[in-house]
Design a protein around this ligand. Structure first.
Ligand code: SF4
Ligand code: SF4
Length: 319
């Protein structure tokens, strides 16, 4: 994101009354060459949250300490060998040292972990390690597979693996003993649908200024959901390089989209008997009820995917 666009975005966010701003998305905010400056500028007006893979956190300790209220570091497994298989090219000890340094500097660090078949057995070890580094809590989520070989790693679905409730029970108890707060996702589809973005009046902005409703539709990509491939098309309601946020937020199209999500007027592909063979469900462009775009098979909507958000932390700490 260019610095000029970032400054314009800050003005737009102030104008519409935004309170919390998160530096995250499907990228790494601390790699931005003007990260410190951007954090300083934004923290003058907003409560800031950061989601980082932690590899640059040691170099950014001061900027993080001085500007961010909530810090989530992505660590999926606390075993160095397994970690380097999951996060190829990253080094567990670098991230471990950075987290300890952040905590030493008074930063409340949360661990954000994506659970997978190959790593779920290590959850107890993750809780032990999170306690050892004095993390404030662990936010667990499920995997959005972006490649067929990743699909085998998913733990959720119509029939989640049998061992998951047993492992989670143990992890919950250990977390209680260690005074570590733990937030779990659902592993099977429930009737309730609640979009964490729309309900909390959140939205996302892409690096080039597009206003999108959520992280799931931040960009166009292929996802493997419940054993089949679906194209997730980016949903954009306008670009802040050309329009004001107020005009985008109150546009008929965006207001109507938010109402539909809140009222859940979408079919439920996740438990539809035609899911495997339904061509319509091959993308989020439309559904069999005539909605376009659609949220009919979104895993965030069912609580399967969790993402770090201010309301999660506020809910946990009762603030
Ligand atoms: S689009 Fe309709 S028919 Fe197709 S999987 Fe979803 S709910 Fe079923
Ligand atoms: S339900 Fe899913 S796709 Fe729809 S806005 Fe929410 S997160 Fe995005």
């Amino acid at each position: 994101m260019s610095y000029k666009l970032f400054r314009k975005i800050l003005e737009e966010l102030k104008d519409i009354g935004v309170e919390d701003l998160w530096f995250d998305g499907w990228g790494e905010p601390t790699y931005h060459t003007r990260f410190e400056e951007m954090a300083r500028d934004a923290s003058r007006y907003f409560n800031l949250g950061l989601v980082t893979n932690g590899t640059m956190a040691m170099e950014r300790v001061n900027a993080i300490k001085e500007n961010f209220s909530w810090v989530f570091v992505s660590v999926d497994v606390a075993n160095p060998d397994e970690y380097s298989k999951v996060r190829v090219g990253s080094n567990f000890s670098i991230v471990d040292n950075a987290i300890r340094e952040l905590v030493r500097n008074g930063v409340e660090v949360w661990i954000s972990s994506v659970l997978m078949r190959s790593t779920v057995k290590d959850v107890l070890n993750l809780v032990e390690w999170a306690s050892d580094v004095n993390a404030s809590g662990i936010l667990l989520s499920n995997l959005i597979a972006t490649h067929p070989h990743m699909a085998k790693e998913q733990l959720y679905g119509k029939l989640p693996p049998e061992e998951v409730p047993r492992i989670m029970f143990k992890a919950r108890n250990l977390a209680m003993l260690k005074a570590i707060r733990i937030v779990e996702p659902f592993f099977e589809y429930r009737t309730d649908r609640r979009c964490p973005f729309i309900e909390e009046r959140s939205f996302a902005i892409t690096y080039d200024g597009k206003v999108v409703p959520c992280l799931f539709t931040l960009h166009t990509f292929d996802a493997w959901v419940d054993g089949r491939k679906s194209k997730i098309k980016q949903i954009s309601f306008g670009n802040l390089g050309r329009k004001h946020l107020k005009d985008i937020w109150w546009s008929e199209e965006y207001v109507s989209f938010r109402s539909k999500v809140r009222l859940a007027t979408y079919p439920s592909c996740n438990d539809c008997p035609f899911w495997e063979g339904c061509d319509i469900a091959g993308s989020n462009e439309y559904d069999c009820w005539g909605n376009s775009p659609t949220c009919s098979f979104c895993p965030y909507y069912r609580g399967i995917i969790n993402c770090p958000r201010s309301y999660v932390v506020r809910w946990i700490v009762g603030a």
